[in-house]
Design a protein around this ligand. Structure first.
Ligand code: GLA
Length: 384
């Protein structure tokens, strides 16, 4: 063979092997579920054990009519308290508040939304209802037959080792014949972020329960620094569901909550009554530029850049090379805050856009300074 022919042949072989490798790493190996943090609604924070079929249907309706669905919210998730008794063959049935789970799943799907449910690896759930212990295989099949797309699996009364208990349900789900997002809930014990993905978790709670209280929300949301390397497409840290709109925080405080969850690439599961939202609540939950930070394709969880008393600056790198930056004032009086571009890996000069106001603020040199209201945030996108 001539040199030239050898050259072309070698090039051809190289091309073939590169494309074979690419197809090996291609779509098939990319996570199909929860590629971005799951978005939806969950019954617990607002309705707790008062949840019923009628309420869930009304939430699905409101998710569509309010514009939440258009903003990206998809999952309609029933939390604890739907369970009734098991029959003689061990099949779980819902209680009287849920006459027909398959029909409810069909209703949710008819709106092009997805259906989520809740159970526990223990014999009882946290509210004392029937858990899945010893019934994992059967329950996974039952959920699939109802059209379930998402399972929150809450430790509660479970005993023993967590990894095999969570793995067991994951294997049952994998055999149930339906893709089901798997949400681990064990309050961040035993460094779940280090093993959650290995048991098939698409998300795992990193903390105890949130409440509709500013101090509690801050404890939960601002202690996540350092966990960023464990999150990514298909597997997310979950600092618990949203309280936005439940009434016990100010709008500024809810903007802190929402901004920080987006910087954390946290699942956005609204926990309010979607059928009774104020315009302010709706605006906080659906601002497209804020949500875009959470749902950014790079899937990088943000981290803290600086902290000075009650003032904290957090940054999330975005796929287009820009940075989402939260200037958080967790203190009780208005304060002036500065982010220096060198702290966030941006060159000397950068444009800054206010994400809540959806307004360009101009081009800045070396740093950006803003007055941040008490218990408030200035949330910007900085582009070098
Ligand atoms: C635990 C969970 C909550 C909720 C309740 C339901 O406390 O952490 O999110 O699911 O159980 O009983």
């Amino acid at each position: 063979m001539k040199r030239k022919q050898i050259f072309w042949l070698a090039g051809f072989v190289l091309l073939l092997s590169v494309s074979a490798a690419a197809s090996l790493l291609g779509p098939a190996d990319e996570p199909q579920l929860a590629r971005t943090p799951p978005m939806g609604w969950n019954s617990w924070n607002h309705f707790e054990c008062q949840v019923t079929d009628a309420i869930v249907r009304a939430q699905a309706d409101a998710m569509v009519s309010s514009g939440m669905k258009a903003a990206g919210y998809t999952y309609v998730n029933i939390d604890d308290c739907w369970q009734g008794e098991r029959d003689a063959s061990g099949v779980i049935h819902p209680n009287k508040n849920f006459p027909d789970m398959k029909a409810l799943g069909d209703y949710i799907h008819s709106k092009d939304l997805k259906f989520g449910i809740y159970s526990s690896p223990g014999p009882k759930t946290c509210a004392g209802y029937e858990g899945s212990f010893g019934h994992e295989e059967r329950d996974a099949k039952t959920y699939a037959s109802w059209g379930v797309d998402y399972l929150k699996y809450d430790w509660c009364s479970a005993k023993g080792e967590q990894i095999p208990a969570y793995k067991k349900m994951q294997e049952a789900l994998a055999r149930a014949g339906r893709p089901i997002v798997y949400s681990l809930c064990q309050y961040g014990r035993e460094r779940v972020w280090a093993w959650g993905a290995s048991v098939g978790g698409n998300l795992w709670r990193t903390t105890g329960d949130i409440t509709d209280n500013f101090d509690r929300m801050v404890v939960i949301g601002f202690q996540q620094n350092g966990l960023e390397r464990f999150a990514g497409p298909g597997h997310w840290n979950d600092p618990d569901m949203l309280e936005v709109g439940n009434g016990k925080m100010s709008d500024d405080e809810y903007r802190v909550h929402m901004s920080q969850w987006c910087i954390l690439a946290a699942p956005l599961l609204s926990g309010n009554d979607l059928s009774k939202m104020t315009p302010a609540t709706l605006a906080i939950l659906t601002n497209p530029e804020v949500i875009a930070v959470d749902q950014d394709a790079a899937g990088i969880q943000g981290h803290r850049v600086s902290e000075e008393g009650p003032l904290q600056v957090w940054m999330k790198p975005l796929a287009d090379g820009s940075r989402a930056v939260g200037l958080f004032n967790l203190g009780t009086s208005n304060m002036t805050m500065t982010v220096y571009f060198r702290e966030i890996g941006v060159g000397e000069s950068a444009t800054v856009r206010d994400l809540w106001a959806r307004k360009d603020l101009g081009t800045f040199k070396d740093s950006f300074t803003a007055t941040v209201p008490r218990h408030g945030v200035v949330f910007v996108k900085v582009k070098g």
